[in-house]
Design a protein around this ligand. Structure first.
Ligand code: DX5
Ligand code: ZN
Length: 219
């Protein structure tokens, strides 16, 4: 299991230092939650902030766009240094055109599904994407409770990918901590996002090590 700390739970006044802290703690990705106050009822940060903190680490930036028109902002997030850009299948942009725009910039593209969206919603695009991000909370806020009933979506997407001879990474996001990580591992999740679970822990390295060890209980 790879761990992607969500910077939404960091101290925004020290975001560069927080990224260094997560790098030293063993983060596999930095998960950056972009919210526009429209697609979700919250506003976080945008491309200029991501660009400003990008130089603090070489760990890949996993940028999760919770915005209504991702197509219009792809260039900004590519320019900010995103390595993976995921956007919602429920957004208003043309999904295929947005995937193509991300890939044309040599950045990995992924689709995100909200809890009420079925796994099958990503099937038309599976051949063209690197990752599917399954929300295990309603997007918009950190610190919510993990929705275990989202886990069957993982197998559903992995089976479909396997049938087509594709390798798709599955990421899960929301409410993942020491109490819930085993369920994600057992379901077949490859990358777990954790915000409060890592940032509110007294020692983030210990928190990441614990998450990884607990996820191995599944094997
Ligand atoms: C929610 C965000 C998540 C969130 C996770 O909309 O996409 O990445 O920050 O935070 P926790 O781990 O606290 O649920
Ligand atoms: Zn996220």
């Amino acid at each position: 299991m790879q761990i992607a700390p969500s910077l939404l739970s960091c101290d925004f006044a020290k975001m560069g230092e927080e990224i260094v802290r997560m790098d030293k703690a063993g983060a596999d990705y930095m998960h950056l939650d972009v919210m526009d106050g429209n697609f979700v009822p919250n506003i976080s940060f945008g491309a200029p902030i991501i660009k400003a903190v990008r130089k603090h680490t070489s760990v890949p930036f996993d940028v999760h766009l919770m915005i209504d028109k991702p197509f219009d902002y792809i260039d900004d997030f590519v320019g900010a240094g995103a390595d993976i850009i995921t956007f919602h299948v429920e957004s208003s942009s043309d999904i295929r055109a947005t995937i193509d725009k991300i890939k044309a910039a040599n950045v990995k593209a992924g689709l995100v599904i909200k809890p009420n969206t079925p796994a099958e919603a990503v099937f038309p695009y599976l051949d063209d994407i690197y990752m599917v991000l399954i929300m295990t909370v309603e997007p918009g806020f950190g610190g919510q409770s993990f929705m275990a009933d989202m886990m069957p979506k993982v197998r559903c997407i992995k089976d479909e990918a396997q049938n087509r001879g594709l390798k798709i990474l599955i990421e899960a996001d929301g409410g993942i901590n020491e109490a819930t990580i085993l369920q994600t591992a057992q379901a077949g999740v490859d990358i777990a996002v954790s915000g409060t679970g890592v940032f509110k822990a007294p020692d983030p390295k210990q928190a990441i090590d614990n998450l990884k060890a607990l996820s191995k209980g599944a094997v």
